[in-house]
Structure formats: C-alpha cells, structure tokens
Ligand binder design. Structure first.
Ligand code: 6PG
Length: 242
C-alpha cells in the first residue's frame, strides 16, 4: 500500500491524474486496452475534468479505454445524483468517448435486476479472463464507506464477484455496487480522499483495528494488485504513520 500525501487538493489531483495515465499506458501496452471502474460522488469530478484538460488529454489513447462504475445511485442517467451523468459531463463528452466504451449501470431496471445485468456486462467485457479491472478508483465517505459498501449492510459479507444491489437505510435509497471481492481482483486500486471531514474515516481505515461493519473501506485489499491512497494533508491529518 502506498500513501501519496500532497499539501493541497490541486496537487493530489495532479498526482492521481499522472498515475491514471501512466497506469493506462501500461495496461494498453500490456493487453491493448485499459479497463477502469470510476468512482462517483463529488471528489472525482475535478479529477475527470483534469484528465479531459489540455494538460492530460493527449497523454492516453482514449479509444482504448473502457469505463465501468464502482457504484451507481438508483436514479435515471439524467438525474443530478447519477454518477454516470457526472462522468459523462466531466470526462466522456469532453474526450468524445464513444458509448461502446462506457458501461453505465442500467438503472431503468429494478435494483436487483440492474445488479444482475451489470454483472453480466462486466463478465462479457472480460470474456474467459478473470474480471480484473486495470484500475478501480474509489472515494471514501466520512462514515468510512467506499463505492456503495455502506456500514452494516449485507453486501459487506457478499463473497460473489460482481455487482450487487444494496438498500442504504441512512440514505433511504437503493444503490448498485461492485462487491469487495470484485474490487479486490483489480490490478490497481486508488483512493482519492481530500478535506478534513474525511480525516477520521481515513484513520479508521488505515490505522484502527479491523471492524468492517463500522469501517467498510477496510475490506479493500487487492489480492495481488497495487493499493494507493491519494490524500491531501487535511485528510491525512489524523494519521500517526505517514
Ligand atoms: C458515490 C461514491 C461514494 C463516494 C463517497 C465519497 O456514489 O457516492 O461512489 O463511494 O466515493 O461517498 O463521496 P464524496 O467524494 O462526494 O465525498
């Protein structure tokens, strides 16, 4: 596990964007494509805008990049809450990414069916190979959730390798999420966390005793891949080991 701590958010974003394109170049060189699972929420929007900017857009062959989602809210793709809409606006449209390269969750289906369909989409993409994302981007909630692996939800104990539906009591909402076993098959996993309101959660995940019911992001431990945390000083401020 590698910690990347930068003084301010802009530097965190630049370092992660640099890592993203380097990981993409390696994947494309190794197996002619780069399959990434994007994080949702608000933190990664600026990362996606940076990747689509003059500073980075020419550093990767975007025609060989395939985009999945680590989780999705159970809303239409036109809803402001949609992770797909956020990525489409910040990344896919500016880079003119074709629909054949993007794999949104089909939220027109009920959550259980949407999760089954998404698992099929993932397995179809990887064919006979292990479903191994070249990179999974993750955020961290201030309650220590990641993707839609929320505290005290059954999906935390789901050993299936795929996508699952989860009803999140605290949000009174359904979500679809990749399971921890699927995330942990990834070649590389990168958390992007900034701001002091995440400092407590970061400490819980990285330094507190294992308690996955309370701190679900502790589940993220790649079987053989790399794990990176891209943090600003504020989010890392409660860590004892830096
Ligand atoms: C989502 C995300 C979720 C997110 C955290 C942090 O759909 O909301 O996938 O896991 O990464 O909730 O969200 P912020 O970046 O908005 O703080």
């Amino acid at each position: 596990m590698k910690l990347h701590i930068s003084p301010v958010t802009t530097e965190v974003l630049h370092e992660l964007a640099t890592y993203f394109v380097a990981t993409g170049q390696q994947a494309i060189a190794a197996h002619s494509r780069f399959t990434v699972a994007l994080s949702g929420g608000s933190s990664p929007k600026k990362l996606y805008e940076l990747l689509a900017s003059e500073a980075f857009k020419s550093q990767l062959d975007w025609t060989k990049v395939y985009f999945f989602f680590g989780d999705e809210r159970n809303v239409p793709h036109t809803d402001p809450q949609s992770n797909y809409l956020m990525a489409k606006t910040a990344l896919f449209e500016p880079l003119q990414i074709g629909s054949s390269q993007t794999f949104p969750v089909d939220t027109s289906l009920p959550p259980v069916q949407a999760a089954v369909a998404y698992t099929k989409d993932i397995n179809q993409h990887f064919g006979n190979d292990t479903a191994r994302f070249d990179l999974v981007l993750l955020g961290l909630g201030d309650n220590s959730h990641t993707a839609s692996l929320f505290p005290h939800t059954p999906v935390l104990h789901d050993e299936s390798v795929g996508a699952k539906e989860v009803y999140v009591e605290e949000l009174q909402a359904d979500r679809i999420t990749l399971t921890a076993p699927l995330i942990n098959q990834a070649q590389a996993i990168a958390f992007l966390v900034f701001g002091k309101d995440k400092a407590e959660a970061v400490k819980h995940i990285l330094e507190d005793p294992r308690n996955i019911e309370e701190y679900p992001a502790q589940l993220i431990a790649p079987a053989s891949g790399e794990l990176h945390w891209f943090l600003d000083a504020a989010a890392a401020s409660k860590l004892e080991q830096k």
